[in-house]
Write a protein that binds this ligand. Structure first.
Ligand code: F7E
Length: 328
């Protein structure tokens, strides 16, 4: 019998890589997709996978729809990735962000304990939960001091996952993933924005790039490596919480320097300007993770570096942009 996996947020960056990984491991893969006003673009990241995927309409805020999907699928593993995942936007849409993340996770946990209590449950927690913690580099025991509505909601969902682990005896794990990127990254996250911005300038479609805080640092890995960690967490003998990170910290400024040089534009300072619009009302300044526990207990380690990840983004986005320019 094939194992069955249910993924919420399957149409996002991580959902698409995870679906590919699970199909390669011979799972039956089901995805829960919310009805949106732009169905034409909603499944772009998973279109290439085709009919191997089973997609069902369902929304994490609609408990009845989750019940229906759970009863239909009878999943062995549940990967709960759905969220409003943009930190700055969580300041402008705090109630929506909090509902989708906190209540959405509670709904998924309730539905799991009601209809699939045998299933192994993965919750996509986030390094944002640590905020500007003084405990550095960050591991599972570092203090969590969230500094955005997004982070506060993730912290609640993280605790709910732990509470269901104990009170309902669910096999429920939290993956505390640090930033992870790829050519499938949304264009309003900083890595993809910088890569696209530099390519647009090189192609004559723009003459400058507006960014926010250039001094922030992040621990950036590749989404393909990070979805493998999600799967490993659900194969472990016991549920738990795991930091997933590379251990290397790079500033937005150095990200710009690398990308602008790589595409042949030279010094990024000729093109990058800072704009109030992209500053956050409360910034998380620095993030660097210590993934020793994942290395030790899950035998996980990253295979991509910051540079190889960006090189791939530059190559794939470059091809996509020149195909679009030719189509014009
Ligand atoms: O920002 C700075 C910004 O939006 C990274 C999400 O996946 O990872 C992600 O959250 C840094 C921040 O990601 C711009 O202020 C400067 O310091 O790419 P980002 P994020 O906020 O770190 C965590 C782990 C998640 O869980 C989230 O879901 O870059 N920055 N200028 C900018 N950021 C953006 N987006 N745009 C700028 O113009």
């Amino acid at each position: 019998m094939k194992r069955k996996a249910l993924i919420t947020g399957i149409a996002g960056q991580d959902g698409s890589y995870l679906a590919e990984l699970l199909l390669a491991k011979d799972y039956d893969v089901f995805g829960m997709i919310p009805r949106r006003s732009t169905p034409e673009t909603q499944t772009l990241r998973i279109e290439h996978i085709g009919s191997q995927l089973h997609l069902e309409y369902g929304d994490v805020l609609d408990l009845a729809s989750i019940y229906r999907v759970m009863k239909l699928v009878h999943p062995d593993e549940i990967y709960h990735l759905a969220a409003q995942s943009h930190v700055r936007i969580s300041f402008t849409e705090p109630i929506h962000t909090t509902s989708v993340i906190s209540l959405g996770t509670l709904n998924m946990l309730e539905a799991t304990s009601e209809f699939a209590p045998w299933a192994r449950f993965y919750h996509a927690a986030s390094s944002e939960m640590y905020g500007n913690t003084p405990d550095y580099p960050i591991n599972e025991d570092s203090r969590m001091i969230p500094c955005s509505p997004y982070a506060a909601a993730k912290l609640q969902a993280y605790h709910l996952t732990q509470i269901f682990r104990v009170s309902k005896r669910l096999f429920a794990s939290n993956g505390i993933l640090f930033n992870h990127e790829s050519p499938r990254r949304g264009l309003n996250f900083v890595t993809a924005k910088v890569v696209k911005g530099a390519l647009d300038i090189r192609g004559g479609r723009a003459d400058r790039l507006e960014l926010g805080n250039l001094d922030a640092t992040r621990d950036w890995g590749h989404a393909e490596d990070y979805v493998r960690a999600m799967w490993l967490m659900l194969q472990a003998p016991q549920p738990g919480d795991y930091v997933v990170a590379t251990g290397r910290e790079v500033s937005v400024r150095d990200l710009c320097a690398y990308v602008f040089d790589k595409v042949g534009l030279g010094d990024y300072r000729k093109y990058v300007v800072t704009s109030e619009r992209f500053l956050r009302p409360f910034e998380l300044e620095h993030l660097r993770g210590d993934a020793s526990k994942a290395r030790r207990d899950l035998d996980w380690q990253p295979t991509w570096t910051f540079e190889t990840m960006l090189d791939e983004m530059i190559e794939v986005l470059g091809r996509r942009l020149s195909a679009a320019a030719t189509a014009d």
